[in-house]
Design a protein around this ligand. Structure first.
Ligand code: TPP
Ligand code: MG
Length: 574
């Protein structure tokens, strides 16, 4: 049967199980938009900026485990997607971005709104396509979705010239993909798994360091089985949070720059790191040469490129985390590590790390803990980037699988609101709370209009400190309090909410926190609360950039003191 390119695309999307497209129209996608009403199964959500479309697709993908889809016109529409695509790339999120392109005859002529978006996104996509003709489109769509969700997930971009969208071609949707060069290894190598099991069975002080790969592969039960059988403590990366219940006796929380001091100590004293679905980001390792100095390292990851990239690995196992753990669990013998666990408990008592200090003022940590209390830990939490992101990671107890959605690798301010919108669309029956910063929210605040137009019931908690707080914290600690360009004004967020037609509240006192959260939860639609928190609160613990994980700065007991001037200057970017 003959169809237009636009119809072929839509048929493919339907066959791939797509239910929602986050998009924004323009000249080069007019034919696509004109075709959409023929496919009522495809819900289109009109964002207010294409960056929002990409982050929303990303949030949706992380919340559902499906592929998120975003769509934009050529030129500025396509370039506006770039941050969102990069974000999905660094956090291994499966999105397909569809862009319009100028007609084939105009490519290379600097035509109106012509941009080489496949060139631009080459380093930030798992793969991308410039579709040469309508006859190729079905195969491209099939491949794009397959590539995006299999192996190490990632973003795929499909750039479709506007004349291809109206060109007619015979429609055959392939049953299978034919990609001889792409065969992700799923089953781990048996001999390597055996070696890992031997190390695990012999270790005295082992630790599991789990990342988002556990969540992507859905290996919650297998991870729990391994930890419980051999009584191995579990620590996670930021994106690994919620891959293992934080209320579990073997859970020791997040590691790294703002990780728990006791977890960092455990990592620095272990004799075996079992790294699962994580990539040894510098925010996790601290000074790389001093990372886990006494340990053998087993590294399980689906992407062979991650093995040995940042740290030396003794036993690499390339494969899908769930399948590898299944095989590994058969070889691990039940053990007790009573002495080691006692040691960890001792460290936890000595370095409580996330105690909220007694204060009459409105502390951001307190707000997060109250959101946890009110939602009984059942919400999906989405964050912006900054101090509030770290407080959201530290002070909400993530007991349920896959309940934190945050921008890890790229650390993209502006991720929060659109990602929360995508997460809520993907999980309509789960409360979704956005914990955002006053700076971060201002980057994509226009998506308030989208959540109102589509009644996407995101609850928004702004931890409003009047600062680009995380940068201010670095200026306080490493630049002698020279607050250059970090005090930031904001609009009256409650009035802004009113302007966008959603209810909003301002909270300035501790006592108002609980009732305000209850009010937001009792409301059917989206709701915004502007929490005016302590302006110069810092995130602790903190491992200064370039320092080892044992050089943690902890929250000062009485007065806050900056670390000495001789401390290393930051070597990496915030
Ligand atoms: C797009 C982008 N620009 C700049 C930064 C650098 N940066 C990291 S955190 C931060 C401050 C965030 O401020 P806010 O959203 O108010 O959060 P807070 O730290 O105050 O909680 C900045 C500017 C970034 N991560 N992303
Ligand atoms: Mg702020």
């Amino acid at each position: 049967m003959k169809m237009t390119g636009a119809q072929i695309l839509c048929e493919g999307l339907v066959r791939e199980g797509v239910e929602v497209i986050f998009g924004f129209p323009g000249g080069a996608v007019l034919a696509l938009y004109d075709t959409l009403p023929q496919y009522p199964q495809l819900r289109h959500i009109l964002v207010r900026h294409e960056q929002g479309a990409a982050h929303a697709a990303d949030g949706y993908a992380r919340a559902t485990g499906k592929v998120g889809v975003c769509m934009a016109t050529s030129g500025p529409g396509a370039t506006n997607l770039v941050t969102g695509i990069a974000n999905a790339y660094l956090d291994s999120s499966s999105i397909v971005a569809i862009t319009g392109q100028v007609a084939r005859a105009f490519i290379g002529k600097d035509a109106f709104q012509e941009i080489d978006i496949t060139g631009i996104t080459l380093p930030i996509t798992k793969h991308n396509y410039l579709v040469p003709d309508a006859g190729s489109l079905a195969k491209v769509v099939k491949e794009a979705f397959y590539l995006s969700r299999t192996g190490r997930p990632g973003p795929i971009l499909i750039d479709i010239p506007r004349d291809v969208q109206i060109e007619q071609a015979e429609f055959h949707y392939p049953r299978e993909v034919d990609l001889p060069g792409y065969k992700p290894t799923l089953e781990g190598h048996a001999a390597q798994i055996k070696k890992a099991a031997k190390l695990i069975n012999e270790a005295q002080h082992p630790i599991i360091l789990a990342g988002r790969g556990v969540i992507i592969s859905g290996a919650y039960a297998e991870l729990k089985q391994l930890a419980e059988a051999a009584q191995i403590p579990v620590v996670t990366t930021l994106l690994g949070i919620s891959c293992f219940p934080e209320g579990h006796a073997l859970s020791y929380g997040m590691v790294g720059m703002h990780g728990m001091a006791y977890a960092n100590l455990a990592l620095s004293n272990t004799d075996l790191v079992i790294a699962i679905g994580m990539r040894f980001d510098d925010r996790v390792t601290g000074k790389i040469s001093a990372f886990a100095p006494y340990a053998h390292i087993v590294h399980i990851d689906i992407d062979p490129a991650e093995i040995g990239k940042n740290v030396r690995v003794d036993v690499p196992i390339v494969g899908d985390v769930k399948l590898v753990l299944k095989a590994l669990n058969k070889l691990v013998v039940a053990t007790e590590h009573a002495g080691w666990l006692r040691q960890l408990e001792g460290w936890r008592r000595e370095h409580p790390s996330i105690e909220i200090r007694d204060s009459a003022s409105l502390l951001p940590q307190y707000v997060v803990s109250k959101i946890h209390e009110a939602t009984k830990g059942k919400a999906t939490i989405v964050t912006g980037v900054g101090q509030h992101q770290m407080w959201a990671a530290q002070h909400y107890c993530y007991d349920k699988p896959n309940t934190l959605i945050s921008s890890g690798g790229l650390g993209a301010m502006g991720f929060g609101l659109p990602a929360a919108m995508g997460a809520k669309v993907g999980r309509p029956d789960t409360p979704v709370w956005l914990i955002d910063g006053d700076g971060s929210l201002q980057m994509t605040i226009q998506e308030l209009a989208t959540i109102v137009q589509d009644n996407i019931a995101v609850k928004i908690a702004i931890l409003n400190n009047g600062y680009l707080g995380m940068v201010r914290q670095w200026q306080e600690l490493f630049y002698q309090k020279r607050y250059v360009a970090t005090p930031i004004s904001c609009p009256d967020f409650v009035k802004i909410a009113e302007g966008y037609c959603l209810p909003g509240l301002r909270v300035t006192h501790k006592e108002e926190v609980g009732p305000a959260i209850e009010q937001a939860m009792g409301h059917q639609g989206p709701f915004l609360i502007d929490f005016m928190v302590e302006p110069e609160e810092n995130v602790y613990p903190m491992v200064p950039p370039g320092a080892t994980l044992t050089e943690t700065i902890e929250a000062p007991k009485k007065e806050r003191k900056a670390i000495s001037d001789s401390a290393k200057l930051p070597v990496s970017n915030i």
